[in-house]
Structure formats: C-alpha cells, structure tokens
Design a protein around this ligand. Sequence first.
Ligand code: BMA
Length: 316
Amino acid sequence: MANETVFVRYPGNPVITARAVPRANSIHNSAIVKRGDGDYAGVFRVDEISMHFTLHTGFSADGLSWEIDPEPLTMESDDPEVFVTNQSYDPRLTRLDDTYYLTWCNATPQGPAIGLATTKDFRHFRQWDNPLPPANRNCVLFPRKIGGDYAIYHRPSDRGHTPFGDIFYATSPDLVHWGRHRFVFGPEMGWQSLKVGPGPHPIETDDGWLLIYHGAWRTCSGYLYCVGGALLDLDEPWKVLYRTRDYLLAPSEIYERVGDVPNVCFPASAVLEGDRLRLYYGCADTCISMAEAKLADIVGFVKEHSFRKEQTTVWR
Ligand code: BMA
C-alpha cells in the first residue's frame, strides 16, 4: 500500500457510506465507542441532501455493520441559551465512568461553536451549557479527570475554512466553568503546516497521553488532511513529550482522495480492541473508513518519528 505506516486499512473500506441513511449526501467525521457489553454505538455526522449537517445515532454488533437512525438525534436541555443550529458536525465521544460525553461543532451566526452533551444510553442526550465561546471547531474530553477536574483539548478557529489552528487545553470542576487554558501545540512544517486539531479522545499509555490529531497542509489546489500522533505528559497534558514529524496516515486510497472535499483523512474515533486500536476516520468528507494498528506500535512510531527539538520550526 502506498503510504502505510503502522496503520493497516480495513479491506472492506469504506465502512459506512451515505447509503446507510435516507436523504444523506454523505456521512463522515463521526464518533464511535465500544460499550461495556461489547456492542458499538456512535454519533454520526450526516450531511443531508439539503446540505444541512445533522447528528444521528447508530448501533453495531461488530463495529463494521451499522444501523444508523434515519432521524437526527434530539437533545434535552434546561438552558434555552445553548447553541442549537441546523448545522451540527464533527462529533467526538468520550466515556468517563458510566457516562458518554459528546462534543461537537455547531455553525452559529457568530462562527463555529462547541456543544457539550451527555448520554448513558444513546437514546437520551442532555445538552450542557456552552463550554467555550465561538469561534472554536474541535473539542474532545479526556477519559478521566486530571488533577480532580474534567479536561479537554480544543481548537480555537475563525468563521471560515480556518487558515490557522493551535490545540489548547482547558479544565473544569463542574463541566460548566472552563479555565486554566494552556497552549499545547500548533502547526509545524510539512503536512501539518496550516493547522492542527484534536481527534479522538486521548488514550492513556505508560508513555503519556496518546493524542491522535489531524494536520492540514495547503496545496496549490486545496487542502490535504493527514493523521498525526502526539504523546503528552500524564499530569500536565499541555506538555508535549513527542509529536509526529511524519504522518501516521494520509490520503492515498480512492475513497480518501475523491469526494466532496478531496484528500481528507479526518480522525474522529479510536476504539481499543485488546492491544489493538481501531481508528475510524472521515474520508474526503464523504464516507467513513477504519484502519487498525497495535497501540504499542503507534506509540513506538510517534516516539521514533518525532520532531527533534532542533528540527522544530514554528510555521505561521
Ligand atoms: C475542517 C472541518 C471538517 C472537514 C475538513 C475538510 O475544517 O470542517 O469537518 O472534514 O475541514 O473539509
């Protein structure tokens, strides 16, 4: 395969296409988890044929054959001021104790804005107060508290196809009040020279938090979205220990190269299966694929293919 590193693509890719949902133009950057009883559930980004972006739940016995709810999910909230739009996209899911935390992006008149909701059963979702002001496009919660607080990685943005983007860290004692904002890392030369954003929830390893992220590069005819990895300090997760200089995954297959937005691999969920990690990623803003690798091999790759300090050049 052209550019495979440690990840091996599932031969049946793409795993989910627009055919799974009536009136869908595409289904891509989506959040998938494996539940306690061994089945899989997810919140999916569906771009409808009206080009409204909606979130739908989906269920699967094996993570490969999916039933996607044809209707968008609904949220309950006590707060009439929470962001509600007809453009909701790029969900992430994190399990913490017995609750799943959904973060996603809403297109609001003030720009992209992060939504936060919780569910235990994927039937009832409770939306919390707006965690961050616009403009912010990517947000994911850590799977455990850090120093007694909830913690997120997020990516401030602008209103358009943002030509910049650094990853930040923030914490909250109660999921409502967010602070202690810390810069984590920004673009670097090469495939991640335009912007970076957090992907699936961080995964705790002996070598630090593994964060799989996307990096974008501007080509002469558009953008290229690749997948990278970083290892971050377990107690102070804004401190970068290692961060990939070489990408972990990049568009090479026809379903990654061709679609509504060509040349996009957008990592959105990571599911651990024993010592292996399944990465689900959006392809060309059109469909969803899966690639697998041993967790230890991913960590090894990140360490081995990391920038050395003297190679790091901030590229703005
Ligand atoms: C980003 C997000 C993603 C999308 C990507 C490529 O800015 O909007 O939803 O996959 O662009 O179009």
